[in-house]
Design a binder for this molecule. Structure first.
Ligand code: SF4
Length: 461
């Protein structure tokens, strides 16, 4: 007798916003998978579509609203979650047909809404149906060879341009053993690069008194330095040290302790520090954490200990009250700091942020002009730093391998340790072996550079 399996409801997902939102999407999907749902890669095949929104900037909100509109037009059965979920009324006013709106990290609420919209298949066979999972047991939206590792939610600061604490609440750190277990599983399942994310990685564990937990027979604190050391002791199944990148690090004094781990090759020599500005008066108006004068000296010390360390940062131009003098200070500071990677934003008022009430709004044309000057300056610095790498042999992680061209040559795209996925540059390789795979880490001789990327060939063994 043939047993008829209950149909598996299918969930589509549109994930917008930052890597932190992507991790939320992965968690929601993993949970839904455990409840017997399948994934749908397109609108048409989905019984319900989840839109994970970003509500940080007005432009991101617009993008989120457009995505909700598209999902409604294409499928009609839409649940909204994520940062914009806190503006349920505005969403419902524009899209009265959305089935449910839940806020950021309300995993239970969003799962419940999916259950209501498309009840899970019942019966003992559902759990046996194979699912498209990564080997660690979770659903990953990032390629298998790199994974985001979220260590905390929320933030205790009150930067005047930011509404993240309003959207996501106060700092809530995960237990260190849970974070390390997740990291270990990811690496065992094929992750070669872990990207540690939070709103403030340096503050990890402050809210839970850096509570120690037992991990592999020893006590480990919920503290950035303990976390970094433990992540640095992970090994891939073939005995390699996985790349471990720290994002959103504020330059608190204890950051100095992780630089030697980078020099030893246990942590990727890369720090993503969102400085946002350099002028003391602008930083004060921004209410930035760890705003201290000795940062340049610390950068010099870090480079002495670990010459290959790459520093990435982002900056805001045209913050209210920013004078030409403040901006010139920032340019001079950048000349001194010689940052490897810089992202820049023109100040944009975010609804609900205290900075909107500050005096001295900078006219749009001045913002544009400063933005162009900042980009020109940082591009020149980046180009010089990349040119200095020509002739060196560097480890590169492969993201994509191309098809053979008419001469049979295969190209590949990868990243050096100075390049985080999505936000930094690439290393373009010529003439690779057909056996090369995404996730392979290879030694590359750098042949050329431009303002953002490197070009090279796999070094002779
Ligand atoms: S540190 Fe500042 S910018 Fe970052 S999330 Fe917290 S309040 Fe926002």
């Amino acid at each position: 007798m043939a047993i008829e399996l209950p149909a598996q409801p299918k969930v589509g997902m549109v994930s917008l916003g930052c890597p932190k939102a992507l991790v939320d999407s992965e968690r929601i999907l993993t949970r839904l998978r455990a409840d017997g749902y399948a994934m749908s890669g397109d609108y048409a095949g989905a019984d319900v579509v989840l839109v994970n929104t970003c509500g940080f900037l007005d432009s991101a909100k617009e993008e989120s609203l457009a995505a909700i509109g598209e999902a409604i037009a294409e499928n009609g059965r839409v649940i909204v979650t994520g940062c914009m979920g806190n503006e349920a009324e505005a969403i419902r006013a524009r899209f009265p047909d959305v089935l449910a709106v839940t806020g950021a990290h309300q995993y239970e609420a969003v799962v419940e809404a999916v259950h209501e919209a498309a009840p899970p298949g019942q019966g003992p066979f559902v759990d046996l149906i194979p699912q498209a999972l990564d080997e660690g047991g979770g659903i990953k939206l990032t390629p298998r060879h790199y994974s985001y590792l979220k260590i905390s939610e929320g933030c205790n600061h009150g930067c005047s341009f930011c509404i993240i604490p309003q959207l996501r609440g106060k700092l809530a750190s995960r237990r260190i053993d849970a974070v390390l277990r997740e990291a270990e599983k990811l690496v065992a399942a094929g992750t070669r690069e872990l990207l540690v994310i939070s709103q403030d990685t340096s503050a990890y564990g402050v809210d839970i008194g850096h509570e120690p937990r037992e991990w592999h027979g020893r006590q480990v604190r919920a503290h950035m330095t303990d976390l970094a050391r433990e992540l640095g002791s992970l090994r891939t199944p073939d005995g390699q040290v996985p790349w471990v990148r720290l994002h959103y690090v504020y330059p608190y004094p204890h950051v100095d302790a992780v630089i030697p781990l980078m020099a030893e090759g246990l942590l990727t020599p890369y720090l993503d520090i969102p400085f946002q500005h350099a002028s003391p008066s602008v930083l004060k108006a921004m209410k930035r954490p760890a705003n201290e004068a000795r940062v340049l000296e610390r950068l010099r010390n870090w480079r002495e200990i670990c010459p290959d360390i790459a520093i990435r940062s982002s900056f805001v131009v045209g913050f209210p009250g920013e004078t030409e003098q403040d901006f010139a200070y920032l340019l001079d500071w950048l000349d001194e700091a010689q940052l490897d990677r810089v992202g820049a934003f023109r100040f944009e008022p975010v609804a609900g942020a205290p900075a909107n009430d500050l005096p001295g709004a900078v006219p749009d044309e001045v913002k544009e002009e400063r933005y162009a000057r900042l980009m020109a300056r940082t591009e020149a610095i980046s180009a010089a730093r990349l040119t200095a790498k020509v002739g060196r042999v560097l480890p590169v992680i492969i993201d994509e391998v191309g098809e053979p061209d008419e001469e049979g040559d295969i190209g590949a795209t990868g990243r050096s340790q100075a390049d985080a996925p999505e936000i930094d540059g690439n290393v373009f390789l010529r003439n690779v072996a057909p056996s090369l795979r995404p996730g392979d880490i290879v030694e590359v001789e750098v042949e050329d550079a431009d303002a953002h990327d490197l070009f090279g060939v796999i070094a002779a063994a």
